[in-house]
Design a protein around this ligand. Structure first.
Ligand code: B16
Ligand code: MG
Length: 224
């Protein structure tokens, strides 16, 4: 049982649906290379960093050198950054602003914990950068999700013990990262994509401050 003292939000797939643009970027790169890019590969690129995503796209038998892989990752990122220029506040996912407002009203600090190196410009385009007390992105840690570094860095910057933080995540790697850091997690999506989350909702519109308090107070890990 722990008191809720901070909320840490993944960005892509929780606050905004940039996963579609990531997918388009990887699909374009795969098309240029003449290799298939399947639904399963697209799912496995979610939440993991750019180089880990590239390895998923290329598969285990590729023959690209590290320098060539860096060029491929940069090429995909150029496609992605072009695509996200069209993001506006209308791209905020349901319930995101409302939940941030509820947390602000209860003086619960909020952070972003994203694998993306593009998280800061995306937050600016959405017009919500000022609503977070800490923004931790792919620039701020070495080991990506499922390692806990991203969320532990956010907790440290908020000066809140990990056990008092609640994570919101749409990717299995992110749920694993939260648990590895000693934090509970709300999974956003379908039960099959985030099976280990303490609570699963289809969007942030389905969950409110009182639910978060109840979830944190639930000591035996039961899924309310
Ligand atoms: P970038 P999140 C993640 O963001 C995405 O889910 C994942 O698909 C992407 O590969 C990763 O960011 C890296 O993004 O290439 O922009 O650095 O879900 O952790 O907010
Ligand atoms: Mg995500």
């Amino acid at each position: 049982m722990a008191q809720l003292k901070a909320a840490i939000f993944d960005l892509d797939g929780v606050i905004v649906s940039t996963d579609h643009y990531h997918r388009l970027g990887w699909a374009r790169l795969a098309g240029e290379l003449g290799i298939p890019f399947t639904e399963d590969q697209a799912r496995r690129t979610r939440g993991v960093d750019r180089m880990a995503s590239l390895k998923v796209v290329l598969g285990p038998d590729h023959r690209f050198s590290p320098a060539e892989m860096n060029e491929l990752a940069a090429r995909k990122n150029a496609y992605y950054t072009e695509l996200i220029r069209q993001i506006t506040p209308a791209d905020l996912l349901p319930g995101a602003v409302e939940l941030l407002t509820e947390l602000e009203a209860h003086a619960i600090p909020r952070a972003i914990g994203s694998a993306s190196k593009n998280a800061a410009p995306v937050l600016e385009l959405l017009g919500i950068a000022h609503r977070f007390d800490a923004v931790v992105t792919g620039h701020d840690f070495e080991r990506g999700k499922p390692a806990p570094d991203v969320f532990l860095t956010a907790a440290r910057r908020l000066r809140v013990p990990p056990a008092n933080c609640l994570v919101f995540e749409d990717a299995e790697a992110g749920i694993q990262a939260a648990h590895a850091g000693g934090m509970k997690a709300v999974g956003i999506g379908r039960p099959e994509t985030v099976p280990d989350a303490e609570r699963i909702v289809s969007s942030l519109a389905e969950i409110h401050y009182a639910d978060l308090i109840a979830l944190m107070m639930n000591s035996n890990g039961e899924k309310p």
